[in-house]
Design a protein around this ligand. Structure first.
Ligand code: ADP
Length: 318
């Protein structure tokens, strides 16, 4: 017999060599969306899955949720292999999907009760009232879903993902198109869940959001995990800025003396100096430029495009 209370696993989610190739059709060639993902998400973490659009984040989440069938590798949720025991694996995870797809004819109360029935939660153990109150939808419990605002619908999706009290909750790009106030409310609630011991996985393409909330961040790009580290460590790696100087004079080549700053002479005659704010200040760089006898006509700093950073991380030796 299965142990009804197995010990909590070290990892809430574990993926080894996870692959997905979407079959092509007459118009589209096959697409390898995941190229062997290895990821171990520690139990109790607030984990960020960060990557640009098209990186494969949703594909990964949807494999865990059973909406997409993997084409290679393996994955387990709360220590349960998704192939060997899909029912129990899925019972351990609650996924808040990206899209606001819901049945317009059911009230929040009915939606939650149906979802609980779907997961086989006995009536005595249902927590629909508690959950609706927690997400601020108790006064709307009997309203038709189609009459709810966008923000309320999103909260209902969060509520639906929680009916079976999963130890792992995944939020797939939860703040796309969400206003600031709702976003704040959502985070407050998610933080409460986390404080109660729930492992939270958040997918996002906003570094800022991941940085604010997550203790560990994995970066995924073109279907591969290119980094997975505690947040402060990742931030140090992402700390790249560029100082662009338009000189008064014209230079045919980049003046000497800036080799440590990966300098580039741009087509418009300006210099781009790359630096980490942990190592240099703009002021100290300007002093060096002036000391080199260069008069500055104009200047600006550039923050990195995340996409560029991902590319440089993929190509940089690790
Ligand atoms: P993300 O969530 O990081 O934006 P996705 O997992 O949605 O990335 O997509 C990863 C890649 O797989 C993209 O190139 C996307 O176009 C492709 N893709 C996603 N879903 C499908 C599908 N159903 N059929 C074919 N290609 C898909």
């Amino acid at each position: 017999m299965r142990d009804p209370n197995p010990p909590a696993p070290d990892f809430a989610i574990e993926a080894r060599g996870l692959e997905k190739t979407y079959r092509g059709d007459r118009k589209n060639p096959p697409k390898q969306a995941l190229k062997g993902i290895d990821l171990a998400i520690p139990r109790g973490s607030f984990f960020g899955l960060l990557g640009p659009n098209g990186a494969g984040k949703s594909t990964f989440i949807n494999i865990l949720g059973g909406l997409v069938v993997k084409t290679g590798g393996r994955a387990s949720i709360w220590g349960v292999d998704i192939d060997a025991d899909p029912r129990n694996a899925r019972g351990a995870i609650g996924i808040v999907p990206q899209e606001l797809n819901m049945d317009p004819f059911f009230s929040p109360w009915e939606s939650l009760e149906m979802q609980a029935g779907f997961y086989g939660v006995p009536k005595a153990e249902r927590r629909s009232e508690e959950i609706l109150k927690a997400v601020g939808l108790w006064d709307k419990k009997d309203a038709y879903a189609r009459t709810l605002s966008g923000g309320m619908k999103r909260r209902l999706l969060v509520a639906k993902a929680l009916v079976h009290a999963p130890p792992v909750v995944v939020l797939d790009e939860p703040t796309a198109g969400v206003d600031v106030e709702l976003r704040r409310q959502l985070w407050e609630y998610v933080k409460t869940l986390h404080a109660q011991g729930v492992t939270i996985v958040l997918t996002t393409h906003y570094l800022e959001e991941a940085q604010e909330l997550c203790d560990t961040i994995a970066i995924i790009n073109h279907g591969e995990v290119i980094a997975c580290e505690p947040t402060p460590q990742i931030l140090r790696r992402l700390d790249k800025r560029t100082l662009v100087i338009a000189p008064q004079q014209e230079f045919a080549t980049m003046p000497k003396g800036f080799e440590d700053l990966d300098p580039h002479l741009r087509a418009d005659g300006s210099f781009a100096l790359n630096f980490r704010s942990a190592d240099h200040t703009v002021e100290s760089l300007l002093d060096r430029v002036k000391a080199a006898g260069i008069s500055i006509r104009d200047l600006k700093t550039e923050e990195p495009d995340l996409e560029d950073v991902f590319v440089s991380m993929t190509s940089a030796p690790r």
